[in-house]
Write a protein that binds this ligand. Sequence first.
Ligand SMILES: Cc1cc2nc3c(=O)[nH]c(=O)nc-3n(C[C@H](O)[C@H](O)[C@H](O)COP(=O)(O)O)c2cc1C
Length: 172
Amino acid sequence: MENKVLKIIKSRVSCRAYNGKKVSLKKALEVAEAGKYAPSGKNRQIANIYVVNSKRYVEKLRTLSLNELNCDCMYGAKTILLVGAPREDAFTDKDCSCILENMFIAAHALKIDSCWINQFDDLFNTKNGLKVKKALGIPEDYKIVGSCILGYAQDEESLKVKDRKEDFIKIL
Ligand SMILES: Cc1cc2nc3c(=O)[nH]c(=O)nc-3n(C[C@H](O)[C@H](O)[C@H](O)COP(=O)(O)O)c2cc1C
């Protein structure tokens, strides 16, 4: 029998259409807690996770993406976890990516659907975006490496694990 954790890792998929049901704050915090336990370069723990759960702030982020990019980066999800750290730190991208991956796996383990959303760092560099970044309490010098939207899929059936390329793993 396959190990439970490996099964969860191998069945995770990105979800881009949510049914509008909100993930409870308790569950969102469980996901964030998994992110907190990711490894960090030299154990410096330079990153922060911003759990955006309130309707007011989620709407601000959605509106920002609609106004600046003409697309709804929330895909109907009502919770987003932004992950950032000081832009100039050499470990920022690596540390934040580890956090994000832990959170996608944890979400799936909790039967919550998720997706990496990449646009918020660029969005926060716009005039309107900077105001939203400030309102969320994110330091101006922070890079938002990525974010994790959380919710429940509109249609579970359409969530299929993608094939991986044959030669992904090289044995030497
Ligand atoms: C660095 C990175 C950035 C991504 N940015 C986005 C994004 O902005 N929007 C989106 O819908 N998916 C985004 N994704 C999700 C990928 O498109 C997705 O992981 C890929 O298609 C493989 O599908 P899977 O996650 O279902 O295995 C991103 C993934 C990564 C790792």
